[in-house]
Every structure is written in structure tokens, then in C-alpha cells.
Design a binder for this molecule. Structure first.
Ligand code: DP6
Length: 390
């Protein structure tokens, strides 16, 4: 019987603290600025992909969360699959002992372990996982930095999900994109205390996709030129230093400022793009009030918690482990849960410590019950994993 070749891998999501927004090449997803993200734990959120190559398969096929995607109609998928197959072909041409599997058709099955409806960016984990599992199947001798340039052609932010910990996507200069890749700034172990709380905002409104949104911004916003030239380069350097030094105050301030800068260029786009909503803005105010209250209570830190928002209303809070329970506890009071559907059940809060901080804050209670659909508490994590390879 002819052999079936198969690999199954998982890949993490990442949330940028310095945002990618703008392309200088829309086919290769080459960005107009470098960006930096934190990879989140795959124990909580991941994409899992199985790739199979076998002689009896008649056509390349791909299923995403159980639904078939027509590969030929999806340029992002063909970019990645064609390149990975070309890489395998090159290997086979140079080594006659290798089985000729590049010519076999592929069946690919990919699923997220979190609901797509949660509004979380799943394309980063998805394209990182597709690239990594094909590299595993084809036994390519490319490292994760080289693989990141291929994942990038599927979705820009995907290149950062090939590494764990703290990851910089260096924009590069070359036209072919070969130097536009993701590099690890620091591993998870370097600063393992970093936690993320994702507040999934209840919002059914349709948003402008990142791909289209950033193209409108580049075409119409004068402010983005300032961001690209004068804001991001310094923020990248300062953020790398903050991470090296495990300096949460600097990490938090750069993160919040960059989120604000990104949403400012969205507002400067013409017509403007608004991703944040009233709930998002209430979270921003609550975080600033919380930080001020803790500082007034004698905390050695200027900032205890930082927010960041991607192309949607969901808030991602970065916080160190020691502060995570209190931050979420205070959030649970400002954004109360409905009695019949408590989104905070499962967390253990210290009411007295929460009361102490709340007494120093003047933040109004948000009027809508369950302003959040879901709360995901997670932490910094590692890069993609191989689960099976035969
Ligand atoms: C706001 O990577 O989704 O999340 O390259 O067109 O697929 P494409 O865009 P995408 O954009 C992500 C934008 C962001 C910021 C970030 O993750 O850096």
C-alpha cells in the first residue's frame, strides 16, 4: 500500500503591542512599519491543523472549522500552499532518496479551539499553523524566521505567531520581502509573569476588515505618515528595551500609546474607521483610573495594567500575574455581570482588596449588564507545536 504522509500541529494567536497598520506591497503583505506582539498561550487559544499528502487524493482541499474553503479562490491560501510545495520540490530535486510527495495532492483540515464569533483575530494563528504544519509534513529545513516570511504572505500578523514569547516583525527593505520576517525579542521564560485578559465585547456590528481598513488609511490619512516615520521606530526600540528589562511601566505606556496612535490614524482615515465602541472607551477610562488609584495607594508602579485594541471593539489587557485577579475583580464591578449569565464565574476575587481600589476610583458603573460576551484570561506562551508527524 502507498504511504500516507500526515502532520498535525497547533499555533498560537498573538496580540500586538505595536500595531501593524499599512502595506507597502499588498500582494506580499509587506508592511509600512515594524510591529511587535506577545504570543499567547496555546493551552487556551490555538488553531490546530492537519495536513495530509497521499497519492490517492484527487485535488487539494481545505476545511476551515468544518467548512470547505475553495483554495483556488483564496489568494492567501494559494500563496502559502504553492510556496511550501515549491520548497519541498527543491528538496526532492537535490536529494534523490526523498519520497516524491510534492506532487501529491493535499487535504488540510484546520480548526480554532475558540469560537470565530468571539471576534478574535484567528487569521494569525491560522496561517502560522498552515505554514508550520506544511513545513513539518514536507520536512523542510527552514527555521521559524524563514517560515515567517511565508506565513506573512497569508496574513501579515501571522508571521509573528511562528515564535513564542515577545516577537518583533521587522518590516525589512527588500522588494521581494525576504527580510520582512519575525524575530523573537525574548522568550516566554524571560518574562513569564505577563498575562493577558481578553474582554470580548458584545457587539454584533460589522467591521471593516484589517486588510481593507489599512489600505484606506494608507491612501487617505496624512497622519499615518507621521506614525510610520516618527512614532513607531522609537516605540519599537523603547519596547525592546522595556521587554529586556522586564520594565512593566514602560511596556504598559508604550502599549497604550500605540493602541491610541493606531486608532487615531483610523479616525484620520477618510471616511473615518471606528473600531472601538462605547464599551471599549469605558475600558480605556477604567484602566487609567485604576492605574491612578493604585499609584495613589502607594504602588511602586506607575501602571499596573495596560489596554490595547485591534481592529474591533474587544479589549486586551496586559497585566503581571500578581495583579491579574485584582484588575479583573475591579473590572467585574465596573462592568457587572447579569445574574443569570455570570461571565466572571470561575474567577476567585478578593472582595476587600477590590473595595480598597474602587474606593479610590471615580469610575461610573457601566449601565449595560454583561458588556462583555466572554472573558478569556491567559498568559504569554510558546511558538507552534508538532502534535503528530508520520
Ligand atoms: C490591527 O494581519 O489581519 O491586528 O495582512 O491584511 O491579513 P492582513 O492583516 P492582519 O492585520 C492585523 C492588524 C492588527 C494589528 C496587528 O496585529 O499588528
Amino acid at each position: 500500500m502507498l504511504k500516507v504522509y500526515e502532520a498535525t500541529c497547533t499555533a498560537p494567536i498573538n496580540i500586538a503591542v505595536i500595531k501593524y497598520w499599512g502595506k507597502r506591497d499588498t500582494k506580499l503583505n509587506l508592511p509600512t512599519n515594524s510591529s511587535l506582539s506577545v504570543t499567547l498561550s496555546q493551552d487556551d487559544l490555538h488553531t490546530k491543523t492537519t495536513c495530509r499528502a497521499a497519492p490517492e487524493l484527487k485535488a487539494d482541499k481545505l476545511w476551515l472549522n468544518g467548512k470547505e474553503e475553495i483554495i483556488a479562490q483564496n489568494k492567501r491560501l494559494t500563496n502559502v500552499i504553492n510556496e511550501m510545495r515549491a520548497q519541498r520540490k527543491k528538496l526532492e530535486e537535490n536529494d534523490n532518496s526523498l519520497p516524491k510527495i510534492a506532487d501529491y495532492k493535499l487535504h488540510i483540515c484546520s480548526a480554532n479551539n475558540f469560537p470565530t464569533a468571539a471576534g478574535l483575530a484567528s487569521s494569525a494563528a491560522g496561517f502560522a499553523c498552515l505554514t508550520f504544519s506544511l513545513a513539518t509534513l514536507y520536512q523542510l529545513k527552514l527555521d521559524n524566521v524563514e517560515l515567517s516570511t511565508i506565513a506573512r504572505t497569508g496574513s501579515g500578523s501571522a508571521c509573528r505567531s511562528l515564535q513564542g514569547g515577545y516577537v518583533a516583525w521587522e518590516m525589512g527593505e527588500k522588494e521581494d520581502g525576504s527580510d520582512s520576517h519575525a524575530i523573537q525579542v525574548a522568550s516566554r521564560e524571560h518574562w513569564p509573569d505577563m498575562q493577558a485578559i481578553i474582554l470580548v465585547v458584545n457587539d454584533a456590528k460589522k467591521k471593516t476588515s484589517s486588510t481593507l481598513g489599512m489600505q484606506h488609511t494608507v491612501a487617505t490619512s496624512p497622519l499615518i505618515q507621521h506614525r510610520i516615520k516618527h512614532v513607531v521606530p522609537k516605540a519599537m526600540e523603547d519596547m525592546k528595551t522595556a521587554i529586556q528589562n522586564k520594565d512593566f511601566d514602560s511596556f504598559a505606556e508604550i502599549t497604550m500609546r500605540d493602541s491610541n496612535s493606531f486608532h487615531a490614524v483610523c479616525a484620520d482615515t477618510f471616511p473615518p474607521i471606528y473600531y472601538m465602541n462605547d464599551i471599549s472607551r469605558a475600558v480605556v477610562n477604567a484602566v487609567h483610573d485604576y492605574n491612578a488609584a493604585k499609584a495613589a495607594m502607594g504602588s511602586a508602579q506607575k501602571y499596573t495594567v495596560a489596554y490595547t485594541f485591534d481592529a474591533g471593539p474587544n479589549a486586551v489587557l496586559y497585566v503581571q500575574k500578581k495583579d491579574a485577579d485584582n484588575v479583573l475583580g475591579v473590572i467585574s464591578r465596573i462592568f457587572p455581570a447579569a445574574e443569570d449569565k455570570n461571565i466572571y464565574s470561575g474567577f476567585n476575587f478578593n472582595d476587600q482588596e477590590i473595595d480598597e481600589v474602587l474606593a479610590k476610583m471615580n469610575t461610573p458603573i457601566y449601565p449595560q449588564m454583561n458588556a462583555f460576551k466572554r472573558i478569556i484570561a491567559t498568559k504569554v506562551g510558546d511558538g507552534p507545536r508538532v502534535l503528530a508527524n508520520e
